[in-house]
Design a protein around this ligand. Structure first.
Ligand SMILES: [Zn+2]
Ligand SMILES: [Zn+2]
Length: 327
């Protein structure tokens, strides 16, 4: 509970909206002025972290304001909106977070290539004004959008109802989440659901390996040059976990490319997967993060899904990159 205030903490003034909220949410009013990893137990255990949420700037369904409101509702006191290959939320979210006493970390989730397959790398705490990094992220988003254009171009010879010109003109409601290509295929009756449309990309050979995304090593290097830190996204979803020892070796291989941390806490993880991630992080003194991968209504995960306290993370130098709410 919030009955005592640890030394070196500053309590933010409660605004009118937050006066109405429950104890768990009021606990979130803490503004951490010392590195969080030195404080454990009690107060900090009520402040949850979610460093992996998507807004409607990529394939989530929520606006930045709705995302921050969901964070408040779920007791999240440290938030990062990590949209796919786009930085837009990072220009809007900090102010929205500060209005609710939430701390924020700049973030983006980047498509990368590993062994000819897709791997997601989260970037945190980078300089959002670094023009080389901004251009790199814009190029990644361009490559992602090009995949849908190539798919529609291929499919129009097989389906009379598909037209590349129509696709260029097509607009969809971003508050439904998902991607333009998936909405287009659903709206013209080619697929029966947004998720069913995903299969057409592989059916037509429009794959990440052909799209020209950067390697993990090159991506980690660019993140570092922009003053940021790289974290391997949801390894339990992307790597084979059937043999936990092999899974750990694969994570170590990826870390060797210059990646700074692992997203150890993730909704789909089994306990064995989480423990394997933590073990590799402890062995190599890596950053430990938690992410819900909430996409609003596009998937079922909610912001702050795992109720992981900030004190369970190991942010290391990333602590210095937290954009803190003013006292
Ligand atoms: Zn991902
Ligand atoms: Zn994600």
């Amino acid at each position: 509970m919030c009955s005592t205030t640890p030394k070196n903490y500053v309590i933010l003034p409660l605004d009118n909206a937050l006066h109405k909220q429950n104890t768990r949410q009021i606990c979130m009013m803490a503004l951490v002025n010392t590195p969080q990893h030195v404080i454990t137990g009690g107060f900090m255990d009520k402040i949850y972290a979610d460093l992996h949420v998507h807004s409607y700037f990529s394939d989530g369904s929520m606006s930045p304001a709705e995302t921050v409101e969901a964070a408040v509702d779920n007791g999240v006191g440290l938030l990062a909106i990590a949209d796919h290959n786009i930085l837009e939320c990072n220009y809007l979210a900090p102010e929205l977070c500060f209005a609710h006493g939430i701390n924020y970390i700049h973030a983006v989730e980047i498509d990368t290539l590993d062994k000819d397959g897709l791997q997601h790398i989260l970037a945190y705490g980078f300089d959002i004004t670094n023009s080389l990094f901004v251009d790199f992220i814009k190029h990644s988003r361009f490559l992602l959008d090009e995949m849908s254009i190539k798919l529609i171009e291929c499919m129009q010879s097989d389906y009379l109802s598909i037209s590349l010109n129509d696709f260029f003109e097509y607009e969809y409601n971003k508050q439904l989440g998902g991607w333009k290509g998936l909405h287009y295929l659903l709206d013209i009756g080619i697929s029966s659901s947004l998720k069913e449309g995903i299969r057409f990309y592989s059916d037509y050979g429009v794959t990440h390996s052909k799209a020209g995304f950067s390697s993990i090593a090159a991506t980690a290097h660019r993140i570092k040059n922009a003053g940021g830190y790289s974290v391997l996204s949801h390894p339990g979803d992307m790597l084979d976990t059937s043999d936990i020892n092999s899974f750990k070796e694969e994570m170590k291989r990826i870390i060797s490319y210059g990646v700074d941390g692992i997203e150890c806490y993730y909704p789909n993880n089994s306990e064995a997967v989480t423990q394997a991630c933590l073990k590799v992080c402890n062995e190599y003194d890596l950053i430990i993060t938690a992410g819900s991968d909430c996409h609003g209504t596009f998937f079922t995960n909610r912001v702050g899904e795992m109720d992981i306290p900030v004190s369970n993370l190991r942010l290391k130098e990333l602590n210095e990159k937290i954009v803190r709410a003013a006292p």
